[in-house]
Design a protein around this ligand. Structure first.
Ligand code: HEM
Length: 170
């Protein structure tokens, strides 16, 4: 008679049974260093700068900070698009990355982040000083929250699932 334990041992996860499941090494890389990991620092840092500039504008009323926020939000969005492009090519071209649900979760959160970064910049293009309070500041707070989610989840892909890492260790 087959026990429940034996039956559980025979269950196969069709995703991890995929022969390509462990082929998750980065392809979009320079000498094995993933380009996506290098580019993500820009939207992360620039979104933080935008929030800081908005807060300083609120505090001082100096238009310099509103202009700094315009540039930070614009560059955060454009560099975010570049980071997203490198990540998307990686996602679509590496079988082991494509097979994991977590990669697609990261993609969805990242697209939400890019939409918020774009809205934050677009909102300022018709008048960067009037745009800061309240909606510019609120969009910068939302961007910072989503940068946190996306960055944390990206780290999870690398550290928990070993996505984009080198299997040779060299
Ligand atoms: C839009 C589509 C995106 C896709 C498809 C994507 C995909 C990926 C993939 C496959 C990885 C694993 C490492 C690698 O293979 O390079 C990763 C890591 C990561 N992603 Fe994204 N990503 C996207 C956008 C973003 C954005 C906009 C951010 C900015 C916050 C971000 C932040 C991260 C971080 C922080 C890591 C960990 C990097 C490391 O520690 O090495 N991703 N992403």
């Amino acid at each position: 008679m087959v026990s429940t334990q034996d039956r559980e041992d025979q269950l196969i996860d069709p995703i991890s049974a995929n022969p390509d499941f462990n082929r998750a090494e980065s392809k979009i890389a320079v000498a094995g260093h993933p380009i996506h990991a290098m580019l993500v620092s820009f939207p992360i840092g620039l979104a933080a700068c935008a929030l800081g500039a908005d807060l300083f504008y609120w505090w001082t009323g100096d238009s310099f900070w509103a202009r700094a926020a315009l540039w930070s939000t614009g560059m955060a969005f454009l560099m975010g698009l570049l980071a997203g492009l490198s990540g998307t090519v990686e996602l679509l071209s590496v079988p082991g990355i494509r097979a994991r649900a977590a990669s697609w979760t990261h993609f969805i959160i990242a697209i939400m982040l890019l939409s918020i970064l774009g809205a934050n910049w677009g909102h300022r293009l018709t008048g960067y000083e009037a745009a800061v309070l309240p909606y510019g500041l609120l969009l910068s707070i939302l961007s910072a929250i989503f940068v946190g989610f996306t960055g944390w989840h990206g780290g999870k892909l690398v550290f928990d699932y070993q996505i984009g890492t080198s299997s040779t260790g060299s």
